[in-house]
Design a protein around this ligand. Structure first.
Ligand SMILES: Nc1ncnc2c1ncn2[C@@H]1O[C@H](COP(=O)(O)OP(=O)(O)OP(=O)(O)O)[C@@H](O)[C@H]1O
Ligand SMILES: [Mg+2]
Length: 380
């Protein structure tokens, strides 16, 4: 919002927004979108809004232009483009999130986070957090920026020992600190991060990157190791020609696939995915999500899937955990969490997810004001 105000203070004729809300969680995004839209209208400025989020486009744009490989695919009025895309590529963009996975669960839990309280130094961040992960299923953890999602992952992986509570894996309490964990305990829980760029050493080839856990956990060397790397590449739908590439020679989606292969190389039972698709466009996201689901089906691996994208959650989750200010607001089957009645915060979170309806933003802002007013009345 401050950046928009600064840009506006120069009284521009044209303002270019380049993915300005991509890093924000949905509840914050609503306010920022509304602020930008108002500013553009008040100053009567022309604007170009660049994004891969189609629902955001629907809120912000009068006209939409679709680009692919540096070329224009099509251009039309927003309403026309949304209801009647002409080009097959545009249709494919509109059709993403085609994944529909019925939610399933089991009472057999591979992981249980029990009453965990954790702090960075003296700053408390997690308060009495309990989360259970059913074996072979996916638990999505949602909540706004700073709600403690990544911190929860750090407690599970042993990077941040909790001050209270414990984590059990296959019924056995895990040593709180990474350094006290046995090799097989480390092996069974792997993590994939949002930024595939910083997660890989830029000087290591794909062969080295995937080979390292094979050697460390599996004791593989030489031919046997290379053959397994090739297997893993096939599993993530890339071929052997990728073996000798460096991370810099891969697309964002390919990098993330390599990170998935590296996690699989360890032979994990649980993979924690922290915002693994946030930096990717929607078509590539869809590919990665489908791949993760296929791997779950073939290998029986369980996922903790951290994201603030509700459409992703709808696509892949079995259970959902809603976090807010370091606490778990609720955990339950996807269908239960995503249907009313909602606790107040879940309601706010869900109502903050943009839809393809161009009138959505105005409605969301109104609902938010009503909620704020109710709060004030409540407090008074
Ligand atoms: N290394 C750190 N040192 C101190 N405080 C931290 C550290 N990492 C995170 N925090 C704080 O802990 C809180 C929870 O952060 P966390 O990273 O778990 O949030 P998150 O839910 O993953 O958010 P996001 O969606 O933005 O990734 C925040 O208030 C954050 O500022
Ligand atoms: Mg995080």
């Amino acid at each position: 919002r401050a950046m928009t105000a600064m840009a506006m203070s120069a009284r521009p004729d044209l303002i270019i927004f380049d993915e300005p809300t991509t890093a924000l969680d949905v509840t914050t995004q609503v306010n920022v979108l509304a602020a930008m839209k108002t500013a553009v209208e008040e100053f009567n400025t022309a604007a170009i809004y660049i994004t891969h989020d189609l629902a955001v486009v629907a809120q912000m744009a009068d006209r939409i232009k679709v680009l692919r490989y540096g070329e224009e695919v099509e251009e039309a009025e927003t309403q026309e483009m949304l209801s009647n895309p002409k080009h097959p590529y545009t249709k494919s963009l509109w059709a993403v999130r085609s994944i529909e996975k019925p939610a399933e669960t089991t009472e057999d839990h591979i992981l249980a986070i029990e009453n965990v309280t954790a702090a960075y130094g003296t700053v408390p961040v997690l308060h009495n957090v309990s989360i259970r992960v059913p074996r072979g299923k996916t638990v999505a953890v949602v909540g706004e920026s700073g709600s403690g999602k990544s911190t929860t992952a750090r407690v599970v992986t042993g990077l941040l020992p909790p001050s209270q509570g414990r984590v059990t894996f296959n019924g056995e309490a895990l040593p709180p600190d990474l350094k006290s964990r046995k090799k097989d305990q480390l092996q069974r829980i792997q993590m994939i991060y949002q930024s595939a760029d910083t997660a890989m050493n830029p000087r290591h080839t794909v062969r080295d990157i995937i080979g390292r856990p094979l050697e460390f956990y599996g004791g593989l060397r030489g031919r046997a190791k290379d053959e397994r790397v090739a297997d893993l590449l096939r599993m993530i739908e890339l071929d052997e020609s990728f073996m000798d590439r460096l991370p810099g020679e891969l697309s964002g989606g390919q990098k993330q696939r390599i990170c998935i292969a590296r996690a699989l190389a360890a032979g994990p039972e649980l993979i924690i995915c922290d915002e693994v698709t946030s930096a990717l466009d929607q078509v590539v996201q869809e590919g990665i999500l489908k791949l993760l689901l296929k791997l779950q089906k073939d290998l029986g691996v369980s996922y903790i899937f951290i994201t603030h994208d509700i459409a992703t959650v709808e696509a892949i989750a079995d259970e959902i955990v809603v976090m807010w200010q370091g606490k778990v607001v609720e955990q339950g089957l996807k269908d239960m969490i995503l249907s009313p009645p909602y606790p107040e915060y879940t309601e706010l979170l869900l109502s903050s997810v943009p839809t393809m309806d161009p009138g959505w933003l105005a409605g969301a802002v109104e609902a938010r004001q009503a909620l704020d007013m109710a709060d004030e009345v409540g407090e008074a």
